[in-house]
Design a protein around this ligand. Structure first.
Ligand code: COA
Length: 151
């Protein structure tokens, strides 16, 4: 197998099915991905025909944004790609004038806390601001930890 040649860049609508496939592999929800696909960042492996091996998305709701769908293909996990994608997304959000980034997680609390200084926050604080978010409303996320980061 060739060494991966990773390119991290904004997604396009043409990436939707590959992003959904990746999310299914790591058991993350598909709801709302289509409507926010152009606010996703993807990692492509140029050595594998541009195959998408990582993604992360941002749903913007005014000055608050929901970071969602952080996913790295199982065979590429643990190589720094999740860090790279998340850092790129936060830089992009900051440049676009987002003031606060919120996320829900059941599996990666320490990743966001240790590497990016996200702190736990009461979920109810954001129910009004993120009411339009399909991911936020998902029942299966009801037990997830809510975290926030001021940019
Ligand atoms: C969470 C995820 C995106 C991280 O991506 P990754 O490329 O595997 O992570 P990286 O290689 O960039 O990890 C960098 C560091 O974070 C740590 N880390 C990775 N995943 C972690 C997790 N779930 N919880 C805590 N720490 C984690 C690594 O141990 C590493 O620490 P180190 O630098 O001290 O050695 C990836 O593992 C994934 O897709 N998981 C399944 C889907 C998921 O749970 N997504 C989160 C939804 S909110």
């Amino acid at each position: 197998m060739n060494e991966p040649e990773l390119i991290v860049e904004p997604a396009t609508p043409a990436d939707l099915s590959a992003v959904l496939e990746l999310l299914a592999r790591v058991e993350l929800p598909a709801e709302g991905v289509a409507e926010f696909i152009e606010s996703f960042i993807v990692a492509r492996d140029a050595a594998a025909g541009g195959r998408i091996v990582g993604c992360v998305g941002l749903e913007r709701h005014g000055e608050t944004a929901l970071l969602r769908s952080a996913a790295v293909a199982p065979e590429a996990q643990g190589t720094g790609l999740g860090l790279c994608l998340t850092a790129a997304l936060l830089d992009r959000a900051r440049a676009a004038g987002v003031r606060e980034v919120v996320l829900l997680t059941t599996t990666a609390r320490d990743f966001f806390a240790r590497k990016f200084d996200f702190a736990e926050a009461p979920r109810a604080d954001y129910d009004a601001r993120l009411a339009a978010s399909p991911e936020w409303r998902l029942l299966r996320c009801a037990s997830a930890v809510c975290m926030k980061l001021e940019l």
